[in-house]
Design a protein around this ligand. Structure first.
Ligand SMILES: Nc1ncnc2c1ncn2[C@@H]1O[C@H](COP(=O)(O)OP(=O)(O)OP(=O)(O)O)[C@@H](O)[C@H]1O
Length: 372
């Protein structure tokens, strides 16, 4: 891999574990570009090579994205645990991992390093790129991206895992192949029935209404809300619900969905004492309101959003319901092709390579989804 890259940081470690084989070997790491800075860690682009003295392994491998976060001392890192468990075309894959002390003499922290496949962009950058030229992401791309995101949700939720931080910057894409992969499992958790979880998770604009009012027995449907917000953002070119404070986030939602019903507060958190935004802020029906806000969007996209952006998580579409929605019918056509950004050569996408596990999760909807 890149032979003439200028290393910002190069080091050799005795124990780098290969995620697939679980075997630890001596490897050299060459970091050359910072690609992300989050609340908890840093992400750098790097290449790795085996340094165990055997010639067979002497080539640089990668490029990879290495996410570095302070290693957990009290409990096992959920992010590592979950990334080790999952294996799906729409979830970023973990290739190696290692622990390393900080290179600074003042910093005694041990850092956990997750070496993942590297994608060139994310949905936040893509949305911004098109918005700058007063366009939106082309519809066929939006459909393909949304379908892949719903597939990742079906798979994760099949394990009971909730991502808990779905937002455009955590959705990696490759515009040249129109492939999407979910990343950042730093907030993800396997939700167990009747076991409470913290409600102060998820980035504000993408928080499901039940989280805003402090629900602690929520379900994986919080991710579907996030998916709906991401789809809406692709159509609008900007976040749909931009609350200026945690509570006013609910007001922003009520501008589209109308006031939350009393049953919603009771079901989500009977102790909630905050503003209930009971005043209806528009005079038309909710369907008409969706058509106003998404005035440039096709009817099937609006129908999909009406099924996802719903207060009651039990009434919110599940990943399998999302996948069979007519919005994706175009993807099923044999002749379906997309033109990657800036290319005049169309490509075909491999969106229907469902595993046995995914097919079992689709259950009775399997035939509907696979009918072409
Ligand atoms: N595998 C990858 N390939 C390319 N870019 C990546 C990859 N993983 C992460 N990034 C980039 O780095 C950014 C930060 O990564 P990540 O979200 O995992 O870290 P974080 O510390 O949890 O960040 P945040 O606090 O913003 O959620 C992502 O938004 C993404 O743009």
């Amino acid at each position: 891999m890149p032979p003439d890259i200028h290393a910002v940081n190069e080091y050799t470690l005795n124990e780098v574990t290969n995620n697939q084989s679980s075997v630890s070997t001596r490897m050299t790491v060459k970091e050359y570009k910072r690609i992300g800075e989050g609340a908890f860690g840093t992400v750098v682009e790097a290449v790795l090579k085996y340094a165990d003295g055997t010639d067979v392994h002497s080539e640089w491998l990668g490029p990879f994205a290495i996410k570095r976060v302070p290693a957990q001392t009290e409990y096992k890192s959920r992010e590592l645990e979950i990334l080790r468990l999952v294996n799906h075309p729409n979830i970023v894959s973990l290739r190696f991992y290692f622990d390393k002390a900080s290179s600074s003499s003042h910093d005694k922290t041990i850092y956990q390093n997750l070496v993942m496949e590297c994608l060139p962009s994310n949905l936040q950058s893509e949305i911004k790129y098109y918005r700058q030229s007063k366009y939106t992401i082309p519809y066929p791309h939006m459909k393909a991206y949304t379908f892949q995101l719903a597939r990742a949700m079906l798979y994760l939720h099949g394990f009971g895992i909730s991502h808990r931080d779905i937002k455009p910057s955590n959705i990696l894409v490759d515009p040249s192949t129109v492939v999407l992969k979910v990343c950042d499992f730093g907030s993800a958790k396997k939700l167990e029935p009747n076991q409470p979880s913290v409600s102060y998770i998820c980035s504000r604009y993408y928080r499901a209404p039940e989280l805003i009012v402090g629900c602690s027995l929520y379900s994986t449907k919080i991710d579907i809300w996030g998916l709906g917000c991401v789809v809406a953002e692709m159509f609008l070119g900007k976040p749909i619900f931009q609350g200026q404070s945690p509570e006013s986030q609910l007001k922003e939602i009520s501008k589209l969905l109308g006031p939350p019903p009393n049953t919603f507060f009771f079901k989500s958190n009977p102790q909630y004492r905050g503003n209930m935004y009971t005043t209806k802020l528009f005079s038309c029906t909710v369907e008409e309101r969706f058509r106003q806000i998404f005035s440039n969007s096709p009817p099937d996209a609006i129908d999909l959003l009406l099924k996802i952006l719903v207060y009651d998580p039990d009434m919110r579409a599940s990943p399998r319901r999302v996948l069979v929605h007519p919005f994706f019918n175009e993807l099923k056509k044999k002749e379906f092709q997309v033109y990657p950004r800036g290319s005049s050569e169309p490509i075909q996408l491999n969106l229907f390579n469902f595993s046995e596990f995914e097919l079992s999760l689709l259950g009775s909807l399997k035939d509907e989804l696979l009918a072409r």
